[in-house]
Structures are given as C-alpha cells and as structure tokens.
Design a protein around this ligand. Structure first.
Ligand code: NAD
Ligand code: ZN
Ligand code: ZN
Length: 388
C-alpha cells in the first residue's frame, strides 16, 4: 500500500510499504477514506520528538471502512464506517477504566524508553515515534487498529468532513476547555488559532463561556476565530499580557488555554533567541513562551490548561507567579475516547460543523506539499485533509 513516511527532519515521502495484517484478536484493519495533518505532526516533521526512524508511517487523525476484524472484535463488522482515536487504549486497565485513555497502561510496548524521559509512560499513539509505541500511522491506504472494539467509533452515514476531527482536534480542543472547567460567565484566553485552538474556542462557547480571546499572528486564522465569536489579539502588534489585563478590567482571563506548545514563536526579543539557542543545543527541549505568558496573564485563582504538546524540559517557568496566585494547571494528550460520543452527538444535533477548519484537500500522494503548506502557513492554510 501507499503510505506517508517520515524520512528525516523536514522530509516526508509517500512510499510503498507492506499492507497491515491482523496481529491480535482485538485488531481491525481499516481502509482509510480521509486522514489529516496535525500540528503534532509538525513537531515530528521539525525533528523535535525523539525516536523517529526513517520509514515510519505518519498520521494519527484518520477514519475509514472496516475491511477485516480479529476474532475478539464483536461490535464491529466489515463495512462499518469508523473514526479512530489517536491514543491507543485497551479499555480495561486502571487508567482506561478511569477514562484516562491517553494514559493506557497496556498499549505502549516501548514504555521503558518513555519512562527514561518522563518517569512513567503514557499510552501509545498512532504514528508518533518509537518511544510512544512505534505503531504505523494513518496517513496511508490502510491501518491496523489495535483494541478496535474499544477505540473505533461507528459514525453511520455522517460525511467524513463532519466526523474526521473526532479522531483528535475536536476532542482535544474540548478537553482544553474541560480541563479549564470553562463554564457560563468565564472569560477565556486561547493562545494559538490553529485547528486545535479553533476547536478550543468553539468548545468554550459550547460550554457557555462569556468571552473568548484568541491570540495568534496570522490574520486569516484570527478572522476564522472571529467567525466563531472570539475577540482577537495579534501578538506581533501588542504585548499579550498587557492587552489581556486591559481587556479584563485589570484581573486577567479566568482561564488560559495553551494551544501552541513546544514550538512557540516570539514576536522578537532576547528571550526568543535564548529559547531557540537552548533548544537547538539540547539544553532545553521546549520553547515555553506561551506557557509563561499564560501563567503570568491568568487571573488570581485561575486555571491554565495546556493542550499544546511539550516534549521534555522547559526553562524559566514562572513558578513564583504560579504558586503565590493559587493557579491550577492541567495538561495532557487528549483522552479522545472519553469525549467522542458526546461530541458526535453535538455534530449530529448540528450544534457544530467541524469541517469549518478545512482549507486544503489533497491526495495522499501530495502529502509532502501538504506538510510544507501547513508548516509555512501559506495560502491561507488552516487544515489539510488527505485522501488516499
Ligand atoms: P498549528 O501549528 O496549526 O497551530 C499553532 C498556532 O500557534 C499557529 O497558528 C501559530 O501561529 C500559533 N503561535 C505560535 N506561537 C505563538 C505565540 N507565541 N502566541 C500565540 N500563538 C502562537 O497546530 P495545531 O494543529 O493547531 O496544534 C496546536 C498544538 O496542539 C500543537 O502543539 C499540537 O501538537 C497540539 N496538539 C495536542 C493534542 C493533545 O492531545 N494535547 C492533540 C492535537 C494537537
Ligand atoms: Zn493530532
Ligand atoms: Zn488501557
């Protein structure tokens, strides 16, 4: 089959690779109808996530038709249309039982590598390094889905565009709002108006937020956020902490969501040069500019919710501000399984049409162009969907 492979820093290639086969009784094979490129893929593309190897099949946002099931899969049949969550989860371990499927204790065969870096291993993810399982991803014609009886969500006849993002970015944005306990009356600031930020904004409004302030530097992304009802700040034009203080009567936003992560960009200045140099030389793995701003901007007693991905260690974390002002921080890869059913209901009810982020459609063979366009944020690119 054809599959989009990681071949080194800033390099992907669509290659012929072996077809996946059923290996375990709870596996299913899915013929992929739609797959997308994620901001998380850009961290791999830019070489910031360790333990990638030449030829690794990328992709963790995908859906399609079940073409084969293992003997242990009783709730799926050949021909079912399914969306697959990006974390691989067994459904029966302690973490899964508590709904924390991104921390499944049974899916990562390479947990030992992750433990060295993080202390304990989270769940494996599709197409996301050997440290996180080494599973081939879904930017391909077919994928093997482990624990398919627990993970794959049947979507009946809803069109791909409306349900594909249940695999990741819609639940992730929603979890950003959920971790921040966003509710009626809240003023929320969201850093990053990429696809994840857009779904965080939409989710804040679904949960009754009063105001959402979106922060980015790409005008077309801020315009999209405005269409969802957000106010906007261009961080190249203003000092974000000062502007947020001013917009909130001096208190700061009640909730702050980081939808940017480890590759945050700075308008200018010494701190960006410092972070870039430390990241380049391996003294710091992540550039925590947004994290620092979110902590410093958040109202006293507020919540900082981190859905942007971080890989290792950060520097100059404002611990004094965090401690003295009774802030709370929550962070995590998304427990997609937990949120999928309720978000599918929102889509079915017409509360939201997730296809609003799609700007580019390409064939799987054009994945290299898709990665470049999405990375460089050119041609008004918000989200790229690939069709095998
Ligand atoms: P993206 O690259 O399209 O968007 C990131 C946006 O952040 C860009 O628009 C960029 O201009 C903006 N940005 C950069 N520096 C900024 C700054 N200093 N202030 C404000 N905005 C800034 O990526 P995406 O697909 O939207 O993903 C965003 C993040 O979410 C990534 O880190 C990705 O890995 C992560 N993610 C996490 C999960 C999870 O489960 N937690 C799931 C999916 C994606
Ligand atoms: Zn993703
Ligand atoms: Zn589990």
């Amino acid at each position: 089959m054809r599959a989009n492979c990681w071949t080194g820093k800033r390099s992907v290639e669509v290659r012929d690779v072996p077809d996946p086969t059923i290996l375990n009784r709870r596996d299913a094979i899915v013929e992929i109808s739609s797959t997308a490129i994620c901001g998380s893929d850009l961290h791999l593309y830019n070489g910031f996530i360790p333990t990638m190897r030449d030829g690794d099949v990328l992709g963790h946002e995908f859906m399609g038709e079940v073409v084969e099931v293992g003997r242990g899969v009783e709730n799926l049949s050949v021909g079912d249309r399914v969306v697959v969550p990006f974390p691989i989860a067994c459904g029966v371990c302690g973490a899964c039982e508590r709904g924390m499927t991104a921390l499944c204790e049974n899916s990562n065969p390479n947990a030992g590598i992750a433990e060295k870096l993080m202390g304990h291993s989270p769940a494996a993810l599709f197409g996301y390094s050997h440290m996180l399982g080494g599973y081939p991803g879904g930017q391909a014609e077919y994928a093997r889905v482990p624990f398919a009886d627990f993970g794959a969500l049947k979507v009946d006849d809803l069109p791909d565009d409306k349900v594909l993002f249940l695999s990741d970015i819609f639940p992730t944005g929603y979890m950003g709002a959920d971790m921040a306990e966003v509710g009626p009356g809240d003023v929320v600031a969201v850093w990053g108006a990429g696809p994840v930020g857009q779904f965080a904004i939409a989710s804040c409004f679904l949960r009754g937020a009063e105001r959402v302030i979106a922060i980015d530097r790409f005008d077309y992304r801020l315009r999209l956020a405005e269409q969802t009802g957000a106010e906007t700040l261009d961080y190249e034009q203003v000092s974000v902490p000062e502007a947020l203080t001013e917009m909130t009567g001096g208190r700061g936003p009640d909730k702050c969501i980081d939808a940017v992560g480890m590759e945050a960009h700075h308008a200018a200045g010494a701190l960006h040069a410092y972070d870039r140099a430390k990241q380049a030389t391996g003294l710091e793995t992540d550039r925590p500019h947004v994290l620092r701003e979110a902590v410093m901007s958040c109202a006293n007693g507020g919540i900082v919710s981190v859905i942007g991905v971080y890989g290792g260690f950060t520097d100059k974390f404002p611990m004094g501000s965090f401690m003295n002002r009774y802030l709370t921080m929550r962070a995590g890869q998304c427990h997609v399984h937990r949120y999928m059913p309720r978000l599918l209901e929102h889509v079915g009810n017409g509360d939201i049409d997730p296809s609003f982020v799609v700007t580019h459609r390409m064939s799987l063979d054009d994945a290299p162009t898709g990665y470049r366009t999405f990375l460089e944020k050119v041609d008004g690119c918000e989200k790229v969907v690939l069709t095998p």
